[in-house]
Design a protein. Structure first.
Length: 397
């Protein structure tokens, strides 16, 4: 069993949303919660102001400076996670942060050196990469110069944090940007695939109906010309028209049946997305061995997978679901086995529902079997179908 790269779709989506404007209050709160833990470095300035180490005027000025610093920082970083400010506004706000950090450190002491961490973060998050690559070390140099003057031990303890946190933010920006571009590329590929499918459908319809409709048109014209003087020949043309139209109808029905036929690979991709969207940890193979498997068997197994995963999502309350597709050699020949197992309750019914009953009938028509029931860890469904020619005797495993 291999890991499907789409298993990380939900996490990728959350990462993308961190780089885009919040669409609702919930996303705004999520972004805010992502930022708030960084405020841990404000513990020292708050402790300094509440410890009574300064005069009343200095304390009031310190609170004003701290609130202004935090307000500017939150405005700059939070807004930049959505629709970024123009570069000139970013430069002004960074200058305000820098002036406040330097002023508060020089006037109130070493407890305020942690403000340079936020200045470094702001440079890494908001400035273009080229500018961030030199402003982050410049901020670190300013921090070190002031820190060595105020408190050398604290300065040396924090210097790597100030430097590395700024550069780490540039890496986060690059990761978010790359993820956004990947999501856009996937959307483009999906659109191109849809366009290609429409073109294929148009070609198939042309191949199926183009000749038949042209022949019907030609024979209709001939019948119209023959009606006045040759009714027998006109009747023959009408009979030919009826035959051609019936054959065209058969061809269209066969084509539509092929379009609607369930495919196991497509169902596997679909259940991966469905389980992930439902918050269920999924283990799903994405390239099962379907060589020489009859279409009837594959279609029956695809319907079994769809029904099983629908039950998992709607009724089981499971947190984990494992899907396996294996070939097994039995007394009746080689069988293709689908196993869907979850750690949920298996639903509330005492017996099989209409879905499982209909699924069992579908599998029996394909020469397969169905087993479903509770296990010690949850619920398990096993469907088996012939992997080669339909067995002549029985269908049990």
């Amino acid at each position: 069993m291999t890991e499907d790269p789409r298993a990380d779709a939900a996490r990728a989506e959350r990462l993308v949303r961190m780089g885009e404007p919040p669409r609702n209050a919930r996303e705004a709160m999520r972004k805010l919660v992502w930022i708030l833990p960084w405020l841990v470095f404000l513990g020292a300035p708050v402790s300094d102001l509440t410890g009574g180490h300064h005069s009343t005027g200095a304390t009031v000025a310190g609170w004003a400076g701290l609130l202004t610093f935090v307000g500017v920082y939150m405005t700059l970083v939070f807004r930049n996670m959505g629709r970024a400010f123009p570069l000139r506004i970013v430069s002004v706000l960074l200058a305000v942060l820098g002036v406040l950090a330097v002023t508060l450190c020089l006037t109130l002491g070493s407890h305020w050196l942690g403000l340079f961490v936020y200045l470094s973060v702001s440079c890494g998050v908001t400035l273009p990469l080229r500018a961030a690559y030199w402003t982050v070390p410049l901020t670190t140099a300013a921090f070190l110069a002031i820190g060595l003057h105020e408190d050398p031990d604290t300065a040396w303890n924090l210097v790597l944090i100030v430097l590395l946190v700024g550069y780490s933010m540039t890496g986060v920006r690059q990761l978010v940007r790359t993820t956004v571009e990947l999501q856009r590329a996937r959307a483009t590929v999906a659109q191109l695939a849809a366009n290609e499918e429409r073109l294929r459908l148009a070609r198939d319809l042309h191949d199926l109906l183009g000749h038949s409709l042209s022949l019907i048109t030609l024979k209709s014209e001939l019948a119209g010309r023959m009606l006045p003087g040759h009714p027998d020949k006109a009747a023959q043309q009408v009979a030919d028209i009826e035959q051609v139209s019936r054959q065209a109808l058969v061809d269209v029905r066969e084509a539509v049946t092929g379009y609607r036929r369930a495919r196991l690979c497509a169902e596997l991709a679909g259940v991966q997305v469905a389980l992930t969207a439902a918050g269920i940890t999924a283990e799903v193979p994405h390239e099962p061995d379907l060589a020489a498997v009859p279409e009837e068997s594959e279609e029956a197994l695809a319907w079994a997978l769809r029904e099983a995963v629908t039950n998992v999502v709607r009724h089981s309350g499971a947190e984990r679901c494992t899907v396996e597709v294996l070939r097994r050699q039995t007394l009746d020949g080689q069988m293709l086995e689908l196993s869907v197992e979850d750690n949920g309750s298996g639903g509330s019914g005492d017996g099989p529902g209409n879905g499982l009953t209909g699924l069992c009938e579908r599998l029996e028509k394909a020469g397969g079997t169905l087993e479903a029931g509770r296990t010690r860890r949850g619920f398990r469904l096993v469907a088996r179908v012939p992997a080669g020619a339909t067995p002549a005797v029985g269908s049990g495993a």
